[in-house]
Write a protein that binds this ligand. Structure first.
Ligand code: SF4
Length: 80
């Protein structure tokens, strides 16, 4: 899923950047999604950040888990 922040709603509480610093950043006193992390909407922490944003400025769009492989066996999810 895609994650985005509506700059018109964000009032700069910085909660998202504190909660998931790898995805959200705090720039010019507003929360932003880090470049290249727009596809992080499936991350439970990102979902939580969206739910807890006090101004409801964080939006998740798209289908959850769309990039998931078919079931069967244990996958090795690398992380960079
Ligand atoms: S948690 Fe919401 S209001 Fe606070 S900085 Fe992030 S987007 Fe803005």
């Amino acid at each position: 899923m895609k994650v985005s922040i509506d700059p018109g709603l964000c009032y700069g509480s910085a909660e998202c950047a504190h909660r998931v610093p790898g995805v959200f950043d705090f720039v010019d006193e507003y929360g932003v999604v880090r470049a290249g992390r727009e596809d992080s909407g499936d991350d439970p922490l990102v979902r939580e950040a969206a739910e807890r944003c006090p101004s409801q400025a964080i939006t998740l769009t798209g289908r959850p888990g769309a990039a998931r492989p078919a079931t069967g066996g244990h996958g090795a999810a690398g992380g960079g």
